[in-house]
Every structure is written in C-alpha cells, then in structure tokens.
Design a protein around this ligand. Sequence first.
Ligand code: AP5
Ligand code: ZN
Length: 214
Amino acid sequence: MKIIMLGAPGAGKGTQADKIAEKYRIPHISTGDIFRANIKNGTELGKKAKTYMDQGMLVPDELTVDLLMDRIAQPDCEKGYILDGFPRTIPQAECLDEALSSRGEKIDYAVNVEVPDENIINRMSGRRACLSCGATYHVAYHAPAKEGICDKCGSDLVLRDDDKPETVKKRLSVYHEQTQPLIDYYKKAGVLKEVDGTKPMDTVFADIAEILGA
Ligand code: AP5
Ligand code: ZN
C-alpha cells in the first residue's frame, strides 16, 4: 500500500504516519526527518537544507526529489510506504507519478488531514521533537512519560527551530501557495481521502484506519 499524507504544517501528518506504519508494517518516510538527520550530522545536504528550513521556505525540488526517489527504491519499500511531507509541490507530485508509472505502480491513497490555520500555531508551540529518532510529542496532548525525554530512544526533546510563531506563519503561507494545490491534484487522480484533523489523535487514526481497511 502506498500512501501520501497531505496537510498543513502541524496538522498531525507525522503523528498519524507513525501509527499507520506500525499497524500496516510499512516504512514511514518523512523528507523533513531526513533533512533534520542531515542537519544533525552536519552533511552538505543538511547545511543547504537548513538555510531554507529556518526561514520556513521549501527546500528546492532538485535537492528533494532524488533523495526521495532513492529512499523509495530501498528493499524495505517493496510492500509499500507512507510519504509524510512529500510531495509538497506539483512538480514533485509529477516526478513521483512518472517514477511510479514507469514501474506499473501508483499511489493508493492521499490522506488529507484537515486542520484550520488558527489551531496550528498552538499545536506547534507545544510540540517537542526528538532529533535522534524523529518522534514527536506535545506538552498538553501527547506528553512523554518523563518531561523532556523521548519515550522511544531516551534522547532530549527540543522545540524545533522552525516552530517559532513567525516561522510557522511563513510555513503556513508557503503551504497555501505551493502545497495546497496537491489536494485538487489527487482529487482528480481519484485517490484523495479527507479526515478531520481537529479530533483527538486516536479518533483521527480510527478514521484513517477505516479508510485504509484492515
Ligand atoms: P516537515 O518536517 O515535513 O514539516 P511540516 O510538513 O511543516 O509538518 P510538521 O512536521 O511540522 O507537522 P505534522 O503535520 O507532521 O504534525 P505533527 O504530527 O508533528 O518539513 C519541515 C521543513 O523541511 C519544511 O518547512 C521544508 O523546508 C522542508 N521540507 C520537507 N519536505 C520537503 C519537500 N518535500 N520539499 C521541500 N521542502 C521540504 O503534529 C504537530 C503537533 O500537534 C505535535 O506536537 C503533535 O503531538 C500534536 N498533534 C498531532 N495530532 C494532534 C491531534 N489530533 N490533537 C492534538 N494535538 C495533535
Ligand atoms: Zn527519540
């Protein structure tokens, strides 16, 4: 099963993608997590990506598309995957479609997690992220067992550099301009599914699991 998670920054794509990955035993691939791992490891790609991410802008397609294509060609992707944060532009979606159709494959579901802009800033300011394993928490809605420490790997949790309110506003405007058109793109392809992302996390997941089937 090949699934794309769509939605504004902070809509809960990563939270839901983790749950889907666990239930359906397919990898969760987040381009944001891949960039953050590169930043942490001080790679050339990480240095380039950071300059865009810190400003709330998209990393250019030429740095993003090949990276994603290499990742989905790995053996663990044979049974499918969940893409979280990719595609983010129409050209990225077209590249993905071309690569898949050349292998006789296609996207099965594009799940759009809908959350109004007014809820997003509150979610982002309470988010805490683990830069070691990519896990995400929220101080009010999904707190770790021990404050400031990742339940999964024991590393410190941080407020992401791009989660400051000014940067979140920029990310939202970039989302509306460059990423929201993908909703129509996947609607036309007949694979779009919408879920209400303002509900509690487990309810959102139950709604997604109903769409995806057992
Ligand atoms: P990326 O890491 O993809 O960030 P994003 O899309 O902005 O999404 P987020 O990770 O911020 O949010 P999310 O929807 O996953 O929400 P989460 O589950 O954490 O990208 C970062 C940057 O990398 C981009 O700005 C760009 O520069 C670059 N980039 C990445 N991919 C790219 C690409 N393809 N092309 C170009 N550039 C790219 O949830 C948010 C918070 O809310 C959490 O604290 C969570 O616990 C909480 N929460 C979740 N669900 C609920 C709920 N139902 N109720 C209450 N709280 C909830
Ligand atoms: Zn961790």
